[in-house]
Write a new protein. Sequence first.
Length: 393
Amino acid sequence: MTDTDSFRQETRDWLETNCPESMRQPYRNEADACWGGRNYKFQSEDQKNWLDRMAAKGWTVPTWPVEYGGGGLNSEQAKILKQELNRIKARKPLESFGISMLGPPLLKFGSEELKQQHLPAIARGEIRWVQGYSEPNAGSDLASLQMRADDMGDHFIVNGSKVWTSYGNLGDWMFCLVRTDFEAKKHEGISFVMFDMTSEGVSTRPIKLISGKSPFTETLLENTRVEKNQVIGEINKGWTIAKYLLTHEREMIAGSGIAASGSLPLSKVATNAMGTDNGILRNSFIRADIARFEIDERCLELTIERARDEVKAGVSLGAVASMFKYYGTELNKRRNELQMSISGQDALVWDGETSRDGYLPKAWLRSKGNSIEGGTSEIQLNIVAKRILGLPG
Ligand SMILES: Cc1cc2nc3c(=O)[nH]c(=O)nc-3n(C[C@H](O)[C@H](O)[C@H](O)COP(=O)(O)OP(=O)(O)OC[C@H]3O[C@@H](n4cnc5c(N)ncnc54)[C@H](O)[C@@H]3O)c2cc1C
């Protein structure tokens, strides 16, 4: 048996013993996703056990170093782990902006103290992080941000507002871009800071959405003290870190184009909903659309996998993340359109008795935001045009 084979066997055995049966079922609704954090209420004992066991093994962040709560796996082992999780249709043990957004820049640019303070807590799902980038007049043109951090020696006093903070009211800590030099060119006066959302002067206000829910808040800071030891990298050099984080955010959002582990493939959803003739989906138009969709989905998955291997070999992801983000979010919108076409009356239910009532139309409406969050499609196309195709700006 090769090392790879024995790792696969050990992984399979471990998952068989440790992944509860109820964590091998598709999500019934958004509430089944585990976000962790100080105030998180677990849906079940199984959900908590699944998170705790995966975290103890370092497998909520399989490729992070062991000393920061990771599994220390190489890319081959991480791929095997992913395949084995998919094989048993395991749910993700933890959804986390700490993992998908903050972790990579903290690993690359953070001091040893900051890594020790934050990374293990992220890996264990103890702290829920939120993103403070956008402001009322700084979205696509993010570098125009105006949240003001005045230097008070060992700390800053911060004033201003952020907007579109996803889950701002549920966050424990925020990673945030602030202006620390008011005279410099706009990209050169920004710092990347972190603070506890329970700090004095921090408040949030909900923003209502067309999908009927409000995952967003405005986040207001009024004379909030932020310690200087919570700056990642150098003061006034936060733009580099902000951009690096965005490549990871964009790659994460691109993943919305690929069916989540534990969810049914669209072809199966369609055959369940519409029935078959001799094993073939009845509606030939939908059949063709689904076939095209599933081929495109598989191509995206393989292309992202190839790019990840290149990153592990030292190639920077950079502008390619914009290409993935654009394509992945378009795919997710296509999936949701198809789900609505397939689902007949279920697609018309908005509120009702069971937890899945209203899930489809709300997910469909939510998918429209995919091509805005993390930078709009137009901005991604601009980046692809300039930095990949080399077209004039
Ligand atoms: C679901 C969702 C979740 C989000 N979560 C967060 C979060 O957690 N934290 C956070 O900080 N922000 C978050 N955002 C905000 C998001 O990053 C911004 O909405 C986004 O960057 C666009 O900024 P804007 O809304 O100000 O639009 P604008 O920048 O005002 O853009 C308006 C329109 O103009 C177009 N446009 C602008 N500039 C150009 C250009 N140069 N070339 C071509 N077209 C252009 C845009 O494509 C868009 O169509 C979230 C947004 C959504 C939808």
